[in-house]
Design a protein around this ligand. Structure first.
Ligand code: G1P
Length: 278
């Protein structure tokens, strides 16, 4: 058993992935491969590295391939047993052995905050991690979530990962303001979802890694639709920051925005180069 205080990781995975049409017409965007692994598998591996083995996945219509991926395919296993192809399934098989996967469906798309609230039934009353699989991270020695779990052990409060982005790109992200309490660690004083660069409180953008304390669910239930008419986790976290404490952590490592074609291609090139170096 790991001694991580965080046992469960939530993956909001109900979105349509319209930026990748037509491929996302019948294929979940979380299943798009960077080299030979789907995006969501990278996320699950990051969670496992952080000592988490319960994966809670919020899916929607047309996402069955995710469930099939994290399951045994007897026919396929039988077919490749004893051949040179067998090792190709080793990584996914080891995840299936180590982890439990549970699923719930988000019936209506009402935003990331709503997706996280939908996952409450799988999480219950305990702190949990959230990974947005579109944000693909590579961190050498310690994954972002591992770094964040270490911080959680010290501070016991919600933590979001942040990265400096060019000011003109703040409209794509939740953006924070805060006071630096340790190098690279900020106590949040303000957060805005996808502000215009002229209204952005800083260029510190939230990326898709969160550790949340379970009181966030009650806050989300009371959170009114915000930017784009959607229930935003950023707004709920601002409430939590005002009532108590929320931290923002400037992680070390690289992040690719695989929700965009440019980021996806950059990630593919990066992981391809890396695979050649080994
Ligand atoms: C979501 C969040 C946003 C965050 C981003 C990170 O936006 O709402 O605050 O900065 O993820 O990837 P989305 O990219 O889902 O529109």
């Amino acid at each position: 058993m790991s001694n991580s205080p965080i046992k469960k990781c939530l993956f909001p995975a109900a979105g349509y992935g319209t930026r990748f049409l037509p491929v996302t017409k019948a294929t979940p965007k979380e299943m798009l491969p960077v080299l030979t692994k789907p995006l969501i598998q990278y996320g699950v591996e990051e969670a496992v590295e952080a000592g988490i083995t319960t994966m809670a996945i919020v899916t929607g219509r047309g996402k069955r391939a995710i469930e099939d991926h994290f399951d045994i395919s007897y026919e396929l296993e039988h077919q490749i047993k004893g051949t040179s192809k067998e090792p190709l399934l080793a990584e996914i098989r080891s995840l299936i052995t180590q982890c439990t996967f549970s699923y719930t469906r988000q019936v209506e798309m009402k935003g990331l905050g709503h997706a996280i609230l939908t996952g409450e039934t799988l999480i219950g009353n305990e702190p949990f991690a959230v990974i947005l699989a579109d944000d693909l991270c590579d961190n050498g020695e310690h994954g972002i979530l591992t770094q964040m779990v270490e911080l959680y052990k010290k501070y016991n409060c919600s933590i979001v990962a942040i990265e400096e982005v060019p000011k003109e790109e703040t409209f794509k992200y939740g953006v924070i303001d805060g006071k630096e309490i340790e190098e690279g660690l900020f106590q949040i004083t303000d957060m805005v979802e996808k502000p215009d660069p002229k209204d952005a409180p800083s260029n510190l953008a939230i990326i898709g890694r969160y550790i949340l304390t379970p009181d966030i669910f009650d806050i989300l239930r009371e959170t009114k639709p915000g930017k784009g008419g959607e229930i935003q986790i950023t707004d709920a976290l601002l409430t939590q920051a005002r009532e108590g404490k929320v931290l923002a952590y400037k992680f070390t490592g690289r992040r690719f925005d695989c929700g965009s074609v440019d980021g996806f291609v950059a990630a593919t090139n990066y992981f391809y180069q890396k695979s050649k170096e080994h």
